[in-house]
Design a protein around this ligand. Structure first.
Ligand SMILES: [Cu+2]
Length: 93
């Protein structure tokens, strides 16, 4: 039983490490979006941050789901980017 668990863990690590090392997804709460154009501004700001690979901004939910490489970007860099664009944000737990 233990051996089996360990080999599964080893396999998972071997396959996961090369392609996905450092890839993180964070959901940012962006309460300042007040019209349908706002998400475009937020999306552009986030996409300019080096290391960001995917940005999905929802006006209805007032949130942005961002996929980024944590070797290049950080949650702090993402929230700063939205704040600089006029939309302060915070990471949702
Ligand atoms: Cu707007």
């Amino acid at each position: 039983m233990m051996t089996r668990l360990l080999s599964i863990a080893a396999l998972t690590t071997a396959f996961a490490a090369p392609a996905w090392a450092g890839t993180q997804t964070v959901t940012l709460s962006v309460p300042g979006m007040t019209c349908a154009a706002c998400p475009l501004t937020v999306k552009q700001a986030l996409n300019k941050v080096p290391g960001v690979s995917k940005t999905d901004v929802s006006f209805d939910r007032k949130q942005a789901v961002v996929t980024f490489d944590d070797n290049k970007a950080s949650v702090a860099a993402l929230t700063k980017a939205t704040a600089d664009a006029g939309y302060p944000s915070t990471a949702k737990p």
